[in-house]
Ligand binder design. Structure first.
Ligand code: SF4
Ligand code: SF4
Length: 445
């Protein structure tokens, strides 16, 4: 088994990790598909408010890529179509009626799956509305089903703070993961299944499918970091990846002929009323996972990771890619005479504070702790970057709009881990600028 070590990154000593308890939740009254968080150019609606839908009815498809469809994660009535700024669709809400009528999709036996060709498997995933689960590097967009990628990466790891414990997710049905990997082997000539060296339980239960072990701090287990560390040639830059929970959905779809909707969410953070794992439905309301009334004022709900996720309103819904929800203080209260204190409780990577010397977990908040200032060339950002970028140089090339130069500085290798912004003492929004430049470059391409 191949092993790689990533030297850079950060070990978050963060308080509020969800425990190992898994709570099975009843279905919520309603679910939604948050459209504005999807990699969709323009959503073409196929339903209107008042329509009745089954589990698996097509709600909308991308106008430019009709094969990219999004299905209803429940049976019921389309109750709301909410719009954001410039009349862009924000979310579709479905009131569940409890009878769970569903659309039948093609169902494969294990032997049938093994005998099927690539086209058959692609068509079944596209028809079952789960093609969105596959993502393509470096832009993390949804790949064209007709293109054969050099390889597909599947990470059975979770260094991102407050993501679900992999062993807990795999405990119920480890064979479903094996089926999922057989499905991926139909789509690409090579499938890399990796886990983190710390994850002994995963190595014990699913070690037979793991062919790579990664070691190192966050984001050593991000697929883009793994690709950077393992790629042999530039042709691998367009590799695909899939989240392991999404792979279980794909395997469930093809083996049951029915769109699976259950997934495990981790709820963490010091302000979360209970820090546990919940099994619930795709598109679940945030208020079904946390008791909103029990959350202290001045807290923020974050989905998709504390460094690269986004804020959710208490009446919002979990996006279809999200499996983690963090509840953190929005801002740290200003300490009296903070400049003259050693900072034992300050969650920072800076060598200027005494918290670096202590190993205990600290409370993180969402505040920036000050306005943006000029770069002081401290190189902290380069010290943590997992893909050897010099973020301060890349930032300058982007500001100067020097396309050749920012590509040479590795813009396309950036894994959007957020660490450079997190450690920057000048509070420069490096990651945000890199992501904008990358998206702009993708649009021009
Ligand atoms: S961490 Fe911030 S201040 Fe330091 S070199 Fe990087 S961009 Fe400049
Ligand atoms: S440039 Fe910043 S966001 Fe990109 S990989 Fe490096 S540390 Fe992470």
């Amino acid at each position: 088994m191949q092993k790689i070590h990533s030297k850079r990154g950060i070990d978050f000593r963060i308080r509020g990790w969800p425990g190992e308890r898994l709570i099975e939740l009843d279905d919520p009254d309603r679910v939604a598909v948050p459209v504005d968080k999807l990699p969709v150019a323009k959503a073409g609606l196929l339903v209107k408010p008042g329509d009745r839908v089954r589990l698996g009815s097509v709600l909308f498809a991308d106008k430019k890529r009709p094969w990219l469809k999004f299905l209803s994660p429940g049976a019921g009535r389309v109750s709301q179509i909410n719009y954001g700024p410039r009349r862009v669709i924000k979310e579709l809400v479905i009131d569940l009626d409890g009878d769970e009528k569903y659309v039948d999709f093609e169902r494969f036996s294990l032997a049938g799956l093994r005998a099927a060709g690539r086209r058959e498997i692609v068509d079944a995933i596209v028809a079952g509305g789960l093609w969105w689960a596959l993502r393509r590097l470096p832009f993390r967009d949804v790949p064209d089903p007709d293109v054969v990628p050099p390889q597909i990466l599947v990470g059975l790891a979770a260094k991102e703070p407050f993501s679900p414990l992999v062993e807990l997710v795999l405990r119920d049905d480890p064979d479903l993961l094996r089926t999922g990997i057989e499905i991926l082997e139909k789509l690409a000539p090579k499938v890399i299944v990796y886990t983190h060296a710390d994850n002994h339980e995963v190595l014990r239960t699913a070690g037979d499918v793991v062919n790579l072990v990664v070691d190192g701090r966050y984001p050593a287990d991000d697929p883009a970091t793994v690709l950077y560390r393992t790629k042999q040639s530039a042709s691998e830059n367009r590799s695909w990846y899939i989240d392991y929970q999404d792979l279980l959905l794909v395997a469930g779809l093809l083996t049951t002929g029915r769109l699976p909707t259950r997934r495990i969410f981790a709820v963490g953070g010091t302000r979360a009323p209970s820090r546990v794992h919940f099994r619930s439905r795709l598109g679940v309301p945030v208020s079904h996972l946390v008791d909103i009334r029990a959350i202290e004022a001045g807290s923020r709900l974050i989905a998709g990771g504390i460094l690269r996720g986004y804020s959710l309103e208490p009446d919002g819904f979990m996006g279809i890619f999200e499996t983690g929800l963090a509840v953190l203080p929005a801002n740290r209260e200003a300490e009296f005479l903070a400049l003259f204190r050693p900072g034992f409780n300050r969650p920072t990577n800076s060598r200027a504070f005494a918290s670096r010397l202590r190993r205990r977990e600290l409370e993180y908040d969402c505040g920036r702790q000050g306005p943006e200032r000029a770069c002081i060339s401290c190189m902290y950002c380069a010290d943590v970057c997992p893909v050897d970028i010099l973020p301060q140089m890349l930032y300058k090339a982007i500001l100067a709009q020097e396309v050749e130069e920012y590509l040479a500085h590795g813009l396309l290798d950036c894994v959007r881990c957020g660490l450079c912004s997190y450690v920057c003492p000048s509070k420069i929004e490096l990651t945000e600028n890199f992501e904008k430049a990358k998206m702009e470059y993708a649009r021009q391409q």
